[in-house]
Design a binder for this molecule. Structure first.
Ligand code: GRF
Length: 214
């Protein structure tokens, strides 16, 4: 049994995770509907992907708002207008304000291209993450999907998957190997919420067993 998630997606960049979520929905692997996509970057690829799929796409200019809370207030208003009940950060490079996080408490999911709690936090995005992983000589890295709180890359972990780090890796080749897993794991984590299988206990997301799907 699952309930269709009414998704509001926030993205700042190319949007490949957003595209993977749309694929999972169309393949019936994820019980969700994307109600609206919002980007804080006018040239974000994610806006084009939304347009191609006839999904409402909104660019919200940061220049119009004097502080992060009022920017988030605009995002919140738009999500309410589209009756969003779950928020997806698909490559979104802004910290969410306290009011927004409280409004969607335990209903905001982010994806990070490393195994948290290592290699996360402010400034840890894109190639910075993979360079740090390689610089530390890690032999495995991976993907983390986690709930969002008021700190960068900090909320309860919902799903992780490992990838090997090869001696020959560059930041780009490692990022590409991680991205393949990101595209699977994000939709799988969202489906856990659609099936109401995530319980939060302190800083821990507990995953309840599911019924086998035919
Ligand atoms: C991904 O690597 C994701 O882990 C991180 O930002 C990147 C977004 O890529 N949060 P894309 O825009 O989904 O292609």
């Amino acid at each position: 049994m699952s309930t269709t998630l009414q998704l509001g997606v926030l993205a700042s960049g190319r949007g490949s995770n957003f595209a993977a979520i749309l694929d999972a929905i169309s393949q019936n692997k994820l019980d969700a509907k994307v109600k609206v996509l919002i980007s804080n970057k006018q040239k974000a690829g994610a806006l084009e992907i939304a347009a191609k799929h006839n999904i409402p796409a909104v660019f919200v200019s940061q220049k119009k708002f004097s502080d992060p809370a009022s920017f988030d207030g605009e995002v919140s208003r738009t999500f309410e207008e589209y009756e969003v009940d779950f928020v997806v950060l698909a490559g979104y490079l802004r910290l969410l304000s306290q009011k927004f996080v409280r409004r969607y408490k335990n209903r905001i999911l982010n994806i990070h291209p490393a195994l948290l709690p290592s290699f996360g936090g402010q400034g840890m995005y894109g190639h910075h993450v993979q360079e740090a992983v390689l610089g530390r000589g890690c032999k495995v890295s991976g993907v983390t999907v986690h709930l969002v709180d008021e700190l960068f890359d900090h909320g309860p972990i919902v799903k992780q998957r490992c990838v090997p780090v090869l001696e020959t890796d560059s930041a780009d080749s490692l990022a590409a190997r991680v991205l393949v897993q990101e595209h699977q794991v994000f939709a799988e984590a969202l489906q856990l919420f659609a099936e109401n299988r995530v319980e939060i206990e302190n800083h821990r997301a507990i995953i309840l067993p599911g019924k086998e799907r035919n």
